[in-house]
Design a protein around this ligand. Structure first.
Ligand SMILES: NC(=O)c1ccc[n+]([C@@H]2O[C@H](COP(=O)([O-])OP(=O)(O)OC[C@H]3O[C@@H](n4cnc5c(N)ncnc54)[C@H](OP(=O)(O)O)[C@@H]3O)[C@@H](O)[C@H]2O)c1
Length: 286
């Protein structure tokens, strides 16, 4: 069940962090890899890193998935490369933190497009092929924050709740199809994510590592779970709010995530990639 030889895994947002670790996890299990992320140096470095460690074919596709056309362009590049996608991991994402009305309106929109719209579109582009073949794997990245409202990260929390609900529904619909579907829910994990966010909550302990998240993902797949939360302490804390009034949980969270407790400055909003070539065309493989 953990053998992906002869299969191809497409992982979005795999130029760093959890996506790169997941891509390495599938490569380690024999899959050829397509990594897709914003077209920048990080993507090429990540592809080279994978190639140096795993004797599989690694394709890289630079693409901005927060654009309406991003997922279709990515699917078109995959078709041009004549690849069949057996594993899809919708991982690309970022979050922003602050009082909702003070956040950049375009950045909020990009967050929704990337975390909700692109995930749904990518799923619709690649799931039918898996269903036809009676085999495949779909992992969508949610978060422990998908289990509750998240004041000061209102858009992010709502988007991750969307992913959790959407993926769980698909898991139930396609349980007998041969396609494994999983919502992966990490807690605070050591990645570049916090550069965008500009905020880090004291965990009272060490953060999770991307490798631990990957181990949790493969365990969830093996067990056929609809979702899996990384870390036993987060399994408890993500489920606890179910037994408390939603308003109370939101008020407590509002205090914990209050902007006055920011620990580092956020990276400024990224400029839009308006050039078509920049937004998603470059590909290379080895
Ligand atoms: N780290 C955590 O604590 C945590 C917890 C729960 C859930 N998650 C989720 O895990 C996923 C991966 O995050 P991470 O922690 O690994 O962060 P990360 O290291 O910052 O990785 C995010 C990836 O997404 C890419 N990306 C960002 N915007 C994109 C766009 N518009 N189009 C295509 N690719 C884009 C990034 O490329 P660039 O680096 O070039 O921008 C990067 O490859 C996200 O969905 C996140 O919400 C993270």
């Amino acid at each position: 069940m953990d053998d992906f030889r002869g299969q191809t895994a497409l992982v979005t947002g795999a130029s760093s962090g959890i996506g790169l670790a997941l891509a390495a996890g599938f490569a380690h299990r024999g899959a050829d890899i397509v990594i897709a992320a914003l077209p920048n140096e990080k993507l090429a470095t990540a592809a080279a890193w994978l190639r140096a460690r795993h004797p599989v074919t690694v394709h890289e596709i630079g693409i901005d998935l927060a654009f309406e056309e991003g997922p279709d362009k990515l699917a078109a590049r995959v078709a041009e490369l004549d690849l069949t996608i057996d594993v899809l991991v919708n991982n690309a994402g970022f979050g922003v933190h602050g009082n909702y009305h003070t956040l950049d309106m375009e950045q909020n929109h990009r967050e929704v497009m990337l975390l909700c719209s692109a995930v749904e579109r990518m799923t619709h582009l690649f799931l039918p092929g898996m269903l036809e073949r009676g085999r495949g794997t779909l992992i969508n990245l949610s978060s422990v924050q998908g289990f509750q409202a998240v004041p000061h990260m209102a858009v992010y929390g709502a988007a991750k709740a969307f992913v959790l609900s959407f993926t769980t529904a698909l898991w139930a619909e396609y349980r007998a199809s041969g396609v494994r579907i999983l919502a992966l829910c990490p807690a605070q994990t050591e990645t570049d994510f916090f550069d965008d966010l500009g905020y880090q909550v004291a965990t009272g302990g060490r953060m999770r590592t991307p490798e631990e998240v990957v181990a949790t993902a493969f365990r969830g797949l093996r067990r056929g779970r609809p979702h899996v939360i990384d870390g036993w302490q987060y399994r408890l804390s993500a489920n606890a709010p179910r037994f408390l009034p939603r308003g109370l949980v939101a008020r407590i969270t509002e205090r914990v995530l209050h902007p006055s407790k920011m620990t580092r400055p956020a990276r400024p909003p990224r400029p839009l990639l308006v050039d078509d070539a920049e937004a998603g065309a470059n590909t290379s493989a080895a």
